[in-house]
Design a protein. Structure first.
Length: 500
């Protein structure tokens, strides 16, 4: 064993067992495998059981993932998340300060009490753009209150895992806006320390966030006595493996404490007992970057943007569409406007379905294109807003075949801790495979629907609770595609690779 090399990696992470996942990632990069003696040495040095190290080493597929590049699409709407993006040079703090950056932080810590900051955020109507879709002001208030009553130090975590690629883009293009949002939220709850949890695939974003943290610290915007007040705050980074489950709150906390991303318990709220038992709050990147703007322009200004929900949302337009890319639009515009006017799809008649919310998002039929895009309507369509990709599928698509690909990747992504998600997704995949191959029956379609409902209601964490959305929505809106496979033993699209 090359002990010097292993020691170098261990030292890079201060031999801190909380960074066991990151240490293993570096070891894998160096050796392209996990030599047994290296794993034993790491376990001894970190003083953790070897089984825990094996669990992490075998959890991920450790592949390098390339992030697809998408442009920011032009819209007629005023951006909030992508504000000043042309003027800001991500590696230069001065360019951020020149457009008013860190002014909101100064206003907050010098002229507002923490509760006034929370009230302003509550009045703005800002809703978390992550999986829970709960009001950010209430989340902050609850965490801050629990910390006060229990006397425990609150912890704030910015989730930059980025199930939605937009979070990676925001960190890459405007890292200081993320840091400023995190600082104001930390001030509001009284947290002296916070974390940025970033997906390893966002290599450029990681570099730029590191540079931004360094320059913010040099300017006294991190550390002790920020703006000559009693407010102090420091930020540490955790680099996450690209396993879908890592982006979910409880697995994320397991990861950050040096375990595989398996949730440890189901019933405790993280606001009561999150990171290492401290009252914690997790907010994603896109939510946090709204906070400096709310402080600068006021809650009334923010609340008036959008219909149905306040503010804007960055959607990623993908699939059979003329212009693919990120579009920041106010809540309340319709799917039709987003796809036709911004995405440039001329013939809306060619749309069969739209999948909202990434791999675990629901399918919406073309008859629902005039639905508005706000939190409630999107939830009713079967999709949480945590991955706001909008994938357009055309009339050539067979929904059964489309579903087969998705369920296969969802089954791969399960952490395996609980039976409904682990076995349920595997069984769902076996059933959909049978249906697609023409050896299934109508009973198999019903069984698939029933399994999906069980996974949704019985799974331990949000991963399993959302994973069945594509199954349930595909069967609800496109049952005919499944029936053609089992009754006529053919694929309605006639072109797909998985059954022809
Ligand atoms: S729902 Fe899935 S990801 Fe979540 S704990 Fe269960 S097996 Fe793991």
């Amino acid at each position: 064993m090359e002990t010097t090399k292993v020691n170098k990696i261990l030292d890079k992470w201060n031999r801190d067992p909380d960074y066991a996942n990151e240490i293993l990632a570096d070891i894998h990069k160096k050796w392209e495998s996990f030599p047994e003696d290296v794993l034993k040495y790491v376990a001894d040095e970190l003083k953790v059981p070897l089984g825990r190290i094996y669990n992490m080493a075998t959890f991920y597929d450790w592949k390098d993932v390339k992030v697809p590049e998408y442009p920011i699409l032009r819209t007629k709407y005023e951006p909030i998340v992508f504000r000043n993006i042309k003027e800001i040079k991500p590696k230069e703090i001065d360019s951020y300060i020149a457009v008013g950056g860190y002014k909101s932080l100064e206003t907050a810590v010098k002229t507002m009490s923490p509760s006034a900051v929370i009230d302003e955020i509550k009045r703005s109507g800002l809703i978390s753009r992550s999986g829970t879709n709960s009001p950010t002001g209430i989340k902050l208030e609850t965490c801050g209150r629990i910390a006060k009553t229990t006397g425990k130090t609150p912890v704030i975590i910015c989730n930059g895992f980025g199930t939605s690629l937009s979070d990676g883009l925001i960190m890459k293009l405007n890292p200081h806006s993320v840091i400023e949002g995190l600082l104001i939220a930390a001030y509001a709850i009284g947290a002296p320390e916070g974390y940025l949890f970033i997906n390893t695939k966002y290599t450029q974003a990681i570099d730029r966030i590191n540079t931004a943290l360094k320059s913010a610290a040099e300017r006294g915007l991190l550390g002790e006595r920020i703006f000559d007040t009693d407010f102090r705050f420091n930020i540490k980074i955790h680099v996450a493996q690209d396993a879908m489950v890592c982006g979910i709150s409880k697995p994320l906390i397991s990861y950050m404490t040096g375990f595989a991303p398996e949730p440890k318990d189901q019933y405790t709220r993280i606001s009561e007992s999150g990171y290492k038992g401290y009252p914690s709050i997790i907010e994603n990147v896109e939510t946090l970057v709204n906070i400096p703007v709310i402080i600068e322009k006021g809650s009334g200004w923010f609340a008036n943007i959008g219909k149905g929900s306040a503010g804007t949302k960055v959607f990623l337009l993908e699939g059979k569409i003329a212009k693919k890319g990120f579009a920041e639009v106010p809540f309340g515009i319709t799917l039709r406007e987003l796809i036709s006017k911004i995405g440039g799809l001329k013939d809306a008649g060619s749309i069969k379905a739209v999948q909202i919310g990434g791999a675990s998002g629901g399918f919406v039929p073309s008859s629902m294109l005039d639905e508005s895009l706000d939190f409630n309507s999107i939830r009713k369509m079967g999709s949480p807003i945590y991955d706001a990709s909008i994938r357009v599928l055309d009339n050539e698509t067979c929904m059964a075949c489309e579903l087969k690909k998705l369920v296969s990747s969802m089954a791969d992504g399960s952490c395996g801790k609980c039976v409904p998600c682990r076995d349920g997704l595997i069984n769902a995949h076996l059933l959909i495979d049978k249906i697609v191959k023409g050896t299934g029956t109508i009973d198999d379609i019903n069984a698939l629907e029933s399994i999906a409902n069980t996974i949704k209601t019985m799974s331990f964490c949000a991963y399993g609770q959302y994973a069945p959305s594509p199954i349930l929505s595909a069967i609800k809106h496109f049952r005919k595609d499944f029936e053609i496979h089992v009754n006529e033993k053919r694929c309605p699209s006639g072109t797909c690779e998985c059954c022809n």
